[in-house]
Design a protein around this ligand. Structure first.
Ligand code: ZN
Length: 218
């Protein structure tokens, strides 16, 4: 009986080991998002946002994780601090041009041309953006908090995925199409489909050749 149990355990371990080896070979980079706990962003929204950003980046062999699982891990994991900006009613809105970078998310580049290890997300603007969307706004009353949180997490995750793009690609530049477009349509940001949030072939090549990536390969 005991022996049989050991056999089971061993075969299970072998499967796990093979799976882990594949992951090590496949991954180019791990980015851990450090999001502070604030009342304006419930944990369910954070979980959903991290999962959405992870889903967008997984095809490019970049893992997006919550920093809780990786902040003390090995040095092939980059920690990106997420700074949420919440504007209380009546307060002056932060300055910035309308559109994706000005309104929903932002990453700064230093004088050396390198991105900072921090991404700003404009939470109030994201909430207003969702509530003001012509199709979805009517459904997003307080009577439907689960739907609201789902859409909030999805849009936040896509905003984060775009800013992570600037971080991983090491450039403030935008592209005419895909994840790195400077402006996204509300219908795309809220759509259950991620098909508009892809990298161009040139961007995929840049990810593979980035000085940040390759650290996970052994
Ligand atoms: Zn951008």
């Amino acid at each position: 009986m005991l022996h049989h149990h050991d056999d089971d355990k061993e075969s299970h371990s072998l499967i796990d080991a093979a799976y882990d080896a594949d992951m090590v070979i496949a991954l180019l980079l791990r980015v851990a998002l450090a999001l502070p706990q604030i009342p304006a962003v419930p944990p369910a929204v954070i979980d959903s946002a991290v999962a959405e950003a992870a889903g967008i980046w997984a095809p490019y062999r970049v893992a997006i994780e919550d920093a809780g699982s990786c902040i003390h891990a090995d040095d092939d994991c980059r920690v990106l601090t997420v700074v949420p900006v919440v504007v209380s009613p009546g307060a002056a809105r932060p300055a910035g041009a309308p559109g994706w970078r000005g309104a929903l998310g932002q990453i700064r580049f230093g004088p050396d041309g390198e991105p900072e290890n921090a991404v700003t997300v404009f939470i109030t603007d994201i909430e207003q953006f969702i509530a003001g969307a012509p199709i979805f706004g009517a459904f997003l009353s307080m009577r439907a908090p689960a739907l609201r949180n789902q859409l909030f997490g999805r849009v936040l995750g896509r905003v984060l995925a775009h800013e992570i793009g600037h971080y991983v690609l090491r450039t403030p530049r935008h592209d005419a199409d895909g994840l790195m477009r400077p402006l996204q349509l509300a219908v795309d940001l809220m759509s259950p489909s991620r098909h508009r949030f892809t990298l161009t072939a040139a961007e995929v090549a840049r990810v593979g050749g980035s000085p940040m990536t390759g650290r996970c390969r052994d």
